[in-house]
Design a protein around this ligand. Sequence first.
Ligand SMILES: C=CC1=C(C)c2cc3[nH]c(cc4nc(cc5[nH]c(cc1n2)c(C)c5CCC(=O)O)C(CCC(=O)O)=C4C)c(C)c3C=C
Ligand SMILES: [Fe+2]
Ligand SMILES: [Fe+2]
Length: 340
Amino acid sequence: MTWQPQSLPADHPPVRSGRIGVLVVNLGTPDAPDPASVKRYLGEFLSDRRVVEIPALLWQPILRGIILNTRPKKSAEAYGQVWTEEGSPLAAITKAQAAGLQDRLGAGVIVRYAMRYGRPSIGDELQALMDAGCDRILLAPLYPQYSGATTATVVDKAADKLRTMRWQPALRTLPPYHDDPAYIDALAADLSAQLDRLDFAPEVMLLSFHGMPQRTLELGDPYHCHCRKTARLLEAALDRRDLRIVTTFQSRFGRAKWLEPATDVVIEEEARAGTKRLVVAAPGFSADCLETLEELAIRGREQFLEAGGAQFAALSCLNAGDAGMAMLETIVRRELAGWL
Ligand SMILES: C=CC1=C(C)c2cc3[nH]c(cc4nc(cc5[nH]c(cc1n2)c(C)c5CCC(=O)O)C(CCC(=O)O)=C4C)c(C)c3C=C
Ligand SMILES: [Fe+2]
Ligand SMILES: [Fe+2]
């Protein structure tokens, strides 16, 4: 229900109560681990012109004619391996992050979450915040490293909703936090604790970031530089002389050249070169998802062991744990400070 003072006539347009909202956003995920749901999700995701930067006249026939007829079955099987009772890990963790942030920020701020692709949608959740009386909204895409394909498309989607409104809320966006000491320190503390709990002493740690086409770097996307800077600061903060740390890029999609070195290639090369004990961390993902739980933890392990490795671990993302939530609270409060 829209907040409405008693004294106004029933047909008066909604009056906003001057509240502050936070909309936490992540990528999105299918509703179910079946080919039809995955096809719906991939159809929306891969039709985003920010994600696949090929002219639509060329790309849509490839997408509709080939990719959406082959990939959903394979991807649905992969999703099936990581699906939980609460649904897709990415959805369940994002929901828990929003709930944790709401607890930390208190009743003065309303926190909701949305997905860029699939549900709950950014438009619906912005509307829900406004219906609850918010006239100032912080849009918080949970991507530490900025890229056109992730952060910018969240802002585009919010702008699509704002375009339909006569009376818009004021909007802020959370800046990328790839080099924020709060983020680096949270990662260093959390990863150190996970390393200390391992039952083996790794020789090598991969910092695996999601890849992007190499061309996006040449066109000026800061994503690659942001990933490299996170890796450099994280390596210094971890201060593990016992570990050789290597930055890699995962999840290559399509035929174009992607950022290198590729995670799967490095995993195999390390094993073939004699590395026996390897860990992988994925500091660019704020939540565990298909790419970390299936591609790294399941397939990465298989690749390493088959190529001669002996012990392997994939470390968890910050998720809704204390270190990650304290970091999110810090960076969100900093943005809200101008409004409070
Ligand atoms: C963390 C940042 C991400 C960037 C940058 C990114 C770019 C990017 N991704 C694709 C294609 C796919 N990505 C897929 C899954 C996926 N991607 C991210 C994050 C980034 N992607 C996440 C968190 C996930 C997991 C979603 C989940 O449901 O758990 C997939 C779908 C899975 C599959 O079919 O393999 C595709 C496809 C491109 C083309 C791209 C850069 C332009
Ligand atoms: Fe992706
Ligand atoms: Fe760079």
